[in-house]
Design a protein around this ligand. Sequence first.
Ligand SMILES: Nc1nc2c(c(=O)[nH]1)N[C@H]1C(S)=C(S)[C@@H](COP(=O)(O)OP(=O)(O)OC[C@H]3O[C@@H](n4cnc5c(N)ncnc54)[C@H](O)[C@@H]3O)O[C@H]1N2
Ligand code: MOO
Length: 403
Amino acid sequence: MALTPVPVARKALLDSILGPTEAETLPLAQCAWRVLAGDLKALRTQPPFANSAMDGYAVRGDDMAEGAPLAVIGESAAGRAFEGSVGPGQAVRIFTGAPMPDGADTILIQEDADGVGSPTIRVRVPPAKGKFLRAAGLDFREGDALLSAGRVLDSAALGLAAAMGHPSLPVHRKPRVAILATGDELVAPGEPVGRDQIVASNSFSLAALVEKAGGTVLDLGIARDDHADLAAKIALARTAEADVLITLGGASVGAHDLVQEALTRAGMSLGFWKIAMRPGKPMMTGRLGRMVVVGLPGNPVSSIVCGHLFVLPLVEALLGIADADRDRSIPALLGRDMPGNDEREDYLRSELSLTPDGWVATPFDRQDSSMLGTLARAQALTIRPAFAAPAKKGEPCRILPLR
Ligand SMILES: Nc1nc2c(c(=O)[nH]1)N[C@H]1C(S)=C(S)[C@@H](COP(=O)(O)OP(=O)(O)OC[C@H]3O[C@@H](n4cnc5c(N)ncnc54)[C@H](O)[C@@H]3O)O[C@H]1N2
Ligand code: MOO
């Protein structure tokens, strides 16, 4: 079977979902970093009234001349408006955010007035007419459509939604991602490790990626390399109505690589298997009912690289993020000479340095896909396209920043 190029495989995977998760309505305080499930209109105008941008005096622009005296007739503070009107030769003491009194059209900041605090002040530095006045509706008006479905509710968006008058928001339910490690050799961290056993780490790595992308994790533990155990754990994912099942390991061609067969027996239709990438070649996708299945290779680095390239965008697509399939790479320069490449796109763990010419990415010498230590040290993955010609240090490349 020919190897599928990464962008082709990712697009097919994202196209295979039946749509984003349904909406749930949550109070604002629970909406941080969730994804908006509908367009949002302002329920009010902001600011609702003309107000001052500074502490000082509300005055009439026509009165402003150096040395002009002004009688202070009252005070307007935030939450306590001045009810009268400012006439010629008059001023109202005003504070930031307080409503502009009738008759006034300009703010004289207190630093530019003499006699601050006394009943009569004098203009020291005359402001231009309209200075430091915030008009009603300066930010937005009732009915304005300000936030669109698919928007991640970051700090600015969440503050805006509150200011728009929404006490709660429709957000997409967090996709449920079941994670199943497989392999007779695996033991959970903290358990006794036999001579031929290793500690299972991939579930934790993938869970971190899923949670970062906005999903919620159901850890199904470790399945042994036998069909009964695999079938039971796959059934658990279905009972839990997982949106995604990630299997870890058993994806290759060895005699104990049973995962694909177990999934097929459970009714999975295969999407694709084997991708033109290194590490991560034996990755597989499929659909089991509504559940999207992503079968990742067992090698720790392979599973994490596939997580960045496929699982993160998949969770985003399930959250209704429109550009989940975007190119996340950025330009950089090679920090060392590179040999030509074969048919698998390479994702090389690399160190980054920032130079006047931009980011320089230097791939590590050893790129064995079992070596998690180098992945944790890497700041980026340098991408070497399939069939790339040999390249010299300093030539342009693209990188995927990791942190
Ligand atoms: N004859 C061939 N052999 C292999 C090929 C191939 O094309 N022909 N592909 C190689 C590539 S590339 C990869 S990647 C691996 C992936 O194979 P599997 O997905 O079947 O992975 P396992 O054999 O189950 O495990 C590989 C390795 O990773 C360790 N592992 C597994 N699960 C975990 C976990 N949850 N946490 C930590 N480490 C884990 C496992 O113990 C093995 O050491 O196949 C190559 N072989
Ligand atoms: O594709 Mo495998 O992930 O090289 O080790």
